[in-house]
Design a protein around this ligand. Structure first.
Ligand SMILES: NC(=O)c1ccc[n+]([C@@H]2O[C@H](COP(=O)([O-])OP(=O)(O)OC[C@H]3O[C@@H](n4cnc5c(N)ncnc54)[C@H](OP(=O)(O)O)[C@@H]3O)[C@@H](O)[C@H]2O)c1
Length: 180
């Protein structure tokens, strides 16, 4: 992955960085190449000259940062989305409007609240990436693969999540309230 587009001074710089990843791909050293923290304007820039499309874009994604425009753009261009920070509503943004529904569903499915937030990401066809230094939590995360939320439950978390804006990473790079 290219970690971020933020230090590029021009579209040409982004395009040349992407061309270097394409060389890596052609050499066989990387089977898939992608980007991180790219927004529609950055993806548009590299797609103008790309021979290979990014396989994936890894961005901060959770109930309080749902990126509707970016999601639409990536669906149209068939670029997968990976969510980092999926647990931000639990770890950094409490209290918040999803707390009640997440607690209720955690009791219903007998899993941790983190697993509800991970499952909400997965149900939307988005790759969820998380981390922990604790073995018990890592074991808990695996439970997110063993149950499903109903479409109504997914929608309820989305609707409640839209009531709050919170960005946990790269906070100075975006105007306050920017959900794009
Ligand atoms: N591309 C980028 O710019 C970028 C930026 C940030 C992160 N990332 C990637 O995203 C991956 C995921 O990291 P993340 O921090 O974003 O993930 P996250 O899923 O939002 O949070 C994981 C953190 O939450 C803590 N946690 C989990 N359950 C908890 C609970 N019930 N109560 C309190 N704390 C809890 C864990 O702490 P414990 O260790 O104590 O369990 C862990 O440090 C990273 O490995 C990194 O590779 C990428």
């Amino acid at each position: 992955l290219i970690h971020s587009p933020f230090n590029a001074k021009s579209d040409a710089e982004l395009q040349s960085a992407w061309a270097e990843l394409e060389i890596l791909h052609a050499s066989g050293k990387a089977r898939s190449i992608g980007v991180s923290n790219f927004y529609p304007q950055h993806l548009t820039a590299i797609l103008k000259t790309a021979k290979i499309k990014p396989a994936i874009n890894q961005i901060e994604f959770h109930a309080y940062l749902q990126h509707p425009q970016l999601q639409k753009f990536q669906k149209e261009h068939n670029i997968a989305l990976a969510a980092y920070g999926p647990l931000v509503p639990l770890t950094k943004a409490r209290p918040g409007p999803v707390d009640e529904v997440v607690q209720r569903l955690s009791a219903k499915y007998n899993v941790g609240e983190g697993e509800i937030l991970l499952r909400w990401v997965i149900e939307q066809g988005i790759v969820a990436i998380t981390t922990s230094g604790k073995e018990s939590r890592l074991r808990g995360y695996l439970k997110a693969m063993e149950f499903s939320l109903t479409p109504e439950e997914v929608r309820e978390i989305s609707v409640e999540g839209e009531k709050k804006y919170f960005r946990g990473y790269w906070t100075t790079r975006f105007p306050p309230g920017d959900r794009s």
